[in-house]
Ligand binder design. Structure first.
Ligand code: GH3
Ligand code: MG
Ligand code: MG
Length: 319
């Protein structure tokens, strides 16, 4: 696709001449009425603006500022006729944010080189930005399920915990562990096991509030963080999660099967936990209780539960 260029110069002949010279390679719109330039710019989808500087009604610097204010990535090349002070163009024009400038009379070869270079830098910048965003996304995402990974979860968990303490708002943590997942791998193979995890990831992504943080914590274990959810609300969420999983139908080569999950929940409220990891530890303790009490059920943390676990032996966090 040809890039779009807007040319602004009050010298009608120059504006027209540049348009004619560039129109084979670019989509070009030119105007010799600087006061109309910004309106044309706003109504178009330009990649580059080429503008004179000293113009009546609106100067090139004003056009430059207006363009960069709203579209900092769009390149602007200024054309200047006079050099009042010889140091001016080299110092002031780049300082004001122009991507390049040329002296009049404009040499077409120079202008074309400048345009190519500005557009190339722009493309390079956008490509780098895209790569960076992709890397950030990968660093924070579990590739099998598309949920957040543990690394991202831990960073957000701390922030949410601090927020809940600062504003004295409830924060609930839900841990889901798929029951007897080894047996699913064993019966249907590891690839089918992966598909089950992937579909549970979809279920979490699609069935729960977008503000809840959903994460694959590792293996067949998932964690949800529900800001603003108190104990009653989180029990409803956890029960809905358990029920949805147990009702979901999977199939391996035409053979239908189901899976189940155990869920542990803990709610932080009125400073009942000292740290995010204490809250997570509590939800893990509740999960262990759910496993002990027959699986495919939801259990809620209570302080007594932790005491019971301490006397029963080390928790997963106390290796
Ligand atoms: P429990 O009901 O006590 O949770 O039993 P379980 O079999 O689900 O739990 P256990 O911790 O004994 O085993 C977890 C299994 O999950 C073992 C491991 O091979 C499997 N697993 C972990 N990560 C993956 C994965 O990415 N893909 C597949 N297919 N399996 C995985
Ligand atoms: Mg399991
Ligand atoms: Mg597990």
């Amino acid at each position: 696709m040809k890039p779009n260029i807007l040319i602004v110069d009050d010298e009608m002949n120059l504006a027209r001449k540049l348009e004619m010279a560039l129109r084979h390679e670019y989509h070009v719109i030119s105007t010799h009425q600087p006061e109309r330039a910004l309106e044309i710019f706003r109504n178009g989808d330009f990649d580059l603006v080429i503008s004179g500087i000293q113009m009546p009604k609106l100067s090139g610097f004003e056009i430059l500022r207006a363009v960069k204010e709203t579209h900092p990535l769009i390149g602007v090349i200024l054309l200047t006729g006079e050099i009042p002070d010889r140091a001016e163009p080299t110092v002031k024009i780049p300082q004001r944010g122009a991507n390049d400038y040329l002296l009049k009379p404009v040499r077409m070869r120079e202008l074309k080189v400048a345009i190519q270079s500005v557009l190339k830098n722009q493309r390079q910048y956008l490509e780098n930005k895209r790569c960076f965003q992709e890397l950030v996304h990968r660093a924070y995402t579990d590739s099998l399920t598309g949920l957040s990974n543990r690394h991202y979860f831990e960073s957000q968990f701390k922030l949410e915990f601090e927020r809940s303490e600062r504003y004295d708002r409830p924060l609930s943590c839900i841990i889901l562990d798929i029951d007897d997942f080894k047996r699913i791998n064993h019966a249907f193979g590891h690839r089918m096991g992966d598909q089950v995890l992937n579909q549970i990831g979809d279920l979490l992504l699609n069935s729960f509030r977008s503000c809840d943080l959903k994460c694959r914590f590792g293996g067949e274990e998932f964690v949800l963080l529900a800001p603003e959810a108190d104990k009653e609300v989180v029990i409803t969420i956890a029960e809905k999660l358990r029920r949805t999983i147990s009702k979901k139908s999977f199939a391996f080569m035409g053979t239908p099967f189901r899976v189940a999950g155990s869920v542990g929940v803990a709610t932080c409220w009125r400073k009942n936990f000292k740290s995010a990891s204490d809250l997570l530890h509590a939800a893990e303790a509740a999960l262990m209780k759910a496993k002990r009490e027959g699986k495919n059920c939801v259990r809620v943390y209570t302080p007594l539960l932790l005491q019971g676990l301490r006397s029963a032996g080390p928790t997963p966090n106390q290796v």
